[in-house]
Design a protein around this ligand. Structure first.
Ligand code: IPM
Ligand code: MG
Length: 355
């Protein structure tokens, strides 16, 4: 019997609706080239769903996602719905509820072409940011008091647990390539309680990997070093907010937020939601110019996750091929539309399976 996978697809809002279909075409081309089947369940969740039903996703939405082999997600965010509702109503609550405790964000140099708009580096770089994805600065605890008065106050509490730091740092240690370096991102000079615990737990985990080279680096220094010398990093492990920020720094290195991919995963429960790290970009939505490479690279991560590594590799090769050939959207200095990039990717995938 052939391999078959049930995949949920949530295009979401804005450019999510434009880039996700291209990634789906790429997935379908990869499936037919590599001889597996995809049962796609396209879910209309997001801001329009909210404006109609008063929620971003149905009540049993988390179960639907948990029961699929993996999910491809686009982006959420709309001018008509407050940001906190779009973020918490779908992706942030799902990360917590399904205990997707790792957010894997690879940042690697892509072939630099004449039109390449990002910074240029002599040496290639290839790093993985492991972002703790369920707690830290993102627990959602806090509140406001005395609104509209001059006593107005707000609190947003960070919560760090030994358990969650341990599992994120442990995964990061295991993800380091041979002879590579693990960087534990901290800020314990200014935040001695939460980041102090982060450092202690990192130290404890390091004790389990005595051969592994590792270092501690403050987040500000890490942001600086990522720009200054990205080649020095292999794997970085960071708290939820630090990982969020550093992954945008990484996308800046690559030349565009439109290139960066991610996977929210729980490896033990085999639940994975893959998404480009960019948002819904209402300013360019509907114009057909959004960069689909981040979504397509997220689809490649999804293929790895379901065990179709050869197909994943060929999708990455097709992405590199396109970029080398100058097939790129405007954010990368190119002239292609979103669907033209999709066409080129599909052509390359289909050709590579024949050769
Ligand atoms: C990301 C995004 C989200 C985050 C937003 C949309 C809440 O920036 O996935 O990086 O902060 O995690
Ligand atoms: Mg972000």
């Amino acid at each position: 019997m052939s391999r078959a996978y049930r995949i949920c697809v949530i295009p979401g809002d804005g450019i999510g609706k434009e880039v996700t279909p291209e990634a789906v075409r790429v997935l379908e081309a990869a499936a037919s080239s590599f001889g597996f089947e995809l049962g796609l369940d396209v879910l209309p969740w997001g801001s329009e769903y909210y404006l109609r039903d008063g929620r971003m996703m149905p009540e049993n939405g988390h179960e639907v996602l948990a029961n699929s082999e993996a999910t491809l997600f686009g982006a959420v965010g709309s001018l008509e719905v407050p940001d906190t509702i779009t973020a918490w109503g779908l992706i942030l609550s799902t990360r917590q509820k399904l205990d997707l405790y790792l957010n894997l964000r690879p940042i690697r140099s892509f072939p630099v072409t004449e039109t390449h708009v990002g910074p240029r580096y002599q040496e290639p770089y290839d790093m993985l940011i492991v972002r703790e994805n369920t707690e830290g600065e993102y627990v959602g605890l806090g509140g406001r008091l005395y609104g509209g008065t001059d006593r107005e106050m707000a609190s947003q509490v960070s919560v760090f647990t030994r358990h969650s730091i341990d599992r994120a740092v442990d995964y990061a240690f295991r993800a380091v390539p041979p002879r590579g370096l693990l960087t534990s991102v901290t800020k314990s000079n200014a935040l001695p309680h939460t980041m102090g615990l982060w450092d202690e737990v990192s130290e404890d985990v390091a004790g389990r990997y005595p051969e592994q080279r590792w270092e501690r680096m403050h987040v500000d220094a890490a942001a600086y070093q990522m720009v200054r010398a990205p080649q020095r990093f292999d794997v970085l492990v960071a708290s939820n907010l630090f990982g969020d920020i550093l992954s945008d720094v990484g996308a800046g290195l690559q030349g565009s937020l439109g290139l960066a991919a991610s996977g929210n995963i729980n490896p033990e429960q085999k639940i994975g939601i893959f998404e480009p790290i960019h948002g819904s970009a209402p300013d360019i939505a509907g114009k057909g110019i959004a960069n689909p490479f981040g979504s397509v690279s997220s689809a490649a991560m999804l293929l790895d996750f379901i065990g179709e590594e050869a197909a994943a590799e060929s999708v990455r090769a097709a992405v590199d091929d396109c970029l080398t050939a100058g097939v790129a959207t405007a954010d990368l200095g190119g002239t292609c539309s979103t669907t033209e990039v999709g066409d080129e990717l599909v052509t390359r995938l289909t050709a590579s399976s024949r050769s």
